[in-house]
Design a protein around this ligand. Structure first.
Ligand SMILES: *[C@@H]1O[C@H](CO)[C@@H](O)[C@H](O)[C@H]1NC(C)=O
Ligand SMILES: *[C@@H]1O[C@H](CO)[C@@H](O)[C@H](O)[C@H]1NC(C)=O
Ligand SMILES: *[C@@H]1O[C@H](CO)[C@@H](O)[C@H](O)[C@H]1NC(C)=O
Ligand SMILES: *[C@@H]1O[C@H](CO)[C@@H](O)[C@H](O)[C@H]1NC(C)=O
Ligand SMILES: *[C@@H]1O[C@H](CO)[C@@H](O)[C@H](O)[C@H]1NC(C)=O
Ligand SMILES: *[C@@H]1O[C@H](CO)[C@@H](O)[C@H](O)[C@H]1NC(C)=O
Length: 475
């Protein structure tokens, strides 16, 4: 309540300030100012048909405290050339230049904005050539350009093929980098050098960049990388290069890629992953044994909207059950029909999503839902329906009871569902060897019997040439 007079003052202040400069000109466009309190100001210059960066800010901006936050937005204007921005006081400054027509950025453009921690240049026409290290130079002091505070840089939805290897030399605190929706195609040598110089990177968005691989050393030196988005690219496997950051990576988003299966190699070494999302992969058909085994700290697993995903091996979570960490599993909107009763320790989950599949409501599903308590983990309003058999079609999986289901302890119901695809190459080799041995034995036995038969048959007759047992063996 003690703040009330202060709030009134603030409102007054806002009223006064929004009436500022109604007759604004080209250099000083009419921007809407809103001041939340003395340390929080927003300057809204969005949708104003602005074509050039203003050369000065409204005077109110100077009232901001040195420790304040300032947000300046230039959404949806027609700025082409980012020229040097005038000084902005404050500690944490965010500049949004999203959705303009930017194709040029001047050297030292941001030099006067010491507190700029957030810069959004997304949805413009910026190419790799425009992104020179000089654009991020700080003030020139003692014969060198100083570094700037930038932490978040959004370069999404531009025309970038490649990054300058020195691009990040003045931005040592860069933590979040968005390169999504650029025609990168291949992460070339210089781009890799640029990325690996951003040693404080925690979030890297490479979604929709048309890449199909990531060089093995690409993330070398990125010892803080926690979140990678690789969605909507051309990967046919989960890139092996992620293993290099396996000890730090916590969030992996791998949607919309042309993968066909996930297997025990897919997430190898990603032992600190907390959240994994694999969604909308329209060719994904199968999740094989031990796929999730390396993910020893996983809490949230989202496998959804994979419209051809039909099969999850009952050993997909093999070896994880002793130290179970998973809390939320979403299997919504796949093409699943059945799940093994022993796939997961169902009762240890907090949330389970199963909607949008073609569930066959048989004894196994009934066991999972009822005996093992999975039915209590669905979110309200997200109870899956049975699709088959006909008599249960359209009924909630939690509504059915099937008489005469065997009341097997589910730990013994685990040995079925073996398929050839479970086998590793080693197993296949042994199997082939086994079959060969049996065949060889059969052959020898056959010849032996043949010999005896011949012997019996011709014992009392002259042996016709060419039918001698020894010839048969050599044939
Ligand atoms: C400033 O206001 C925004 C909302 O407009 C809020 O999200 C932010 O936390 C505020 N900052 C401070 C320092 O109060
Ligand atoms: C900024 O101003 C534009 C145009 O006046 C308006 O459409 C938009 O909602 C404003 N944005 C904010 C965050 O106030
Ligand atoms: C951008 O603006 C600067 C400063 O006005 C100017 O020197 C430069 O030539 C401009 N660049 C382009 C491509 O127009
Ligand atoms: C990009 O900007 C254009 C207008 O300049 C707008 O129509 C489009 O929706 C924006 N796209 C994104 C992804 O923001
Ligand atoms: C980077 O962040 C650290 C810690 O917050 C800070 O002390 C340092 O001044 C920042 N560097 C720059 C160039 O702003
Ligand atoms: C589920 O059972 C409840 C209570 O018996 C019933 O009201 C509801 O209509 C059933 N819904 C479905 C979709 O099976």
């Amino acid at each position: 309540m003690a703040q009330k007079p202060f709030k009134v003052l603030v409102i007054l202040c806002v009223l006064i300030s929004t009436s500022y400069g109604r007759e604004g000109n080209k250099e000083n466009p009419v921007c809407d100012i809103s001041i939340r309190d003395t340390d929080n100001l927003t300057l809204n210059c969005s949708r104003k048909d602005i074509t050039t960066i203003p050369t000065s800010w409204p005077a109110e901006i100077n009232n901001i405290e040195q420790a304040g936050d300032v947000l300046i937005t230039f959404f949806y204007n027609n700025i082409v050339n980012v020229t040097q921005l005038p000084e902005v006081p404050g500690n944490k400054i965010a500049i949004i230049l999203k959705s303009n027509k930017i194709s040029e950025i001047e050297n030292d453009a941001f030099r006067n904005i010491h507190g700029m921690v957030y810069l959004d240049l997304s949805n413009n026409s910026i190419t790799g050539e425009v992104l020179r290290s000089e654009i991020f130079q700080g003030p020139y002091k003692d014969g060198i350009y100083s570094k700037i505070a930038l932490e978040t840089l959004n370069l999404g939805h531009n025309e970038i093929h490649s990054l300058d290897r020195y691009l990040f030399q003045y931005t040592p605190n860069l933590t979040r980098l968005y390169l999504n929706n650029n025609p990168i195609e291949t992460l070339d040598h210089v781009t890799i050098l640029a990325l690996s110089s951003a040693v404080n990177l925690e979030v890297l968005d490479l979604s929709s960049t048309e890449i199909d691989s990531i060089p093995l050393n690409a993330f070398r030196g990125l010892e803080k990388l926690q979140h990678i988005d690789l969605s909507n690219n051309k990967f046919v496997t989960v890139p092996e290069s992620l293993r290099l950051v396996g000890s730090t990576l916590k969030y992996l988003t791998f949607n919309k890629n042309p993968i066909v299966e996930l297997n025990d190699d897919s997430f190898m070494d990603l032992s600190n992953l907390i959240e994994l999302e694999v969604a909308e992969n329209e060719y994904l058909e199968e999740i094989k044994r031990s796929t999730f085994t390396p993910l020893k700290n996983l809490r949230v697993l989202r496998i959804s909207h994979n419209k051809n995903l039909r099969y999850i091996n009952h050993n997909a979570f093999r070896g994880m059950k002793d130290k179970w960490t998973l809390k939320e599993v979403y299997l919504d909107d796949n093409h699943l029909n059945e799940l093994s009763t022993d796939l997961l320790p169902w009762n240890k989950l907090e949330v389970l999503g199963m909607t949008g599949n073609n569930w066959l409501c048989n004894c196994d599903l009934n066991n999972i839902v009822t005996s093992q308590g999975a039915g209590t983990k669905f979110k309200p309003g997200e109870i899956p329906y049975c699709a088959e058999p006909m008599k249960f079609s359209g009924i909630y999986v939690t509504n059915i009871t099937i008489p005469f289901c065997p009341t097997l302890d589910h730990t013994f119901a685990t040995k079925k569902g073996f398929s050839l695809s479970d086998m590793k190459p080693k197993h296949v080799l042994w199997s082939i060897f086994g079959v060969a041995m049996v065949a060889a034995f059969g052959l020898v036995l056959g010849l032996f019997i043949n010999k005896i038969t011949l012997y019996i048959k011709y014992r009392n007759q002259p042996v016709p040439y060419g039918l001698l047992p020894s010839d048969t063996v050599n044939a």
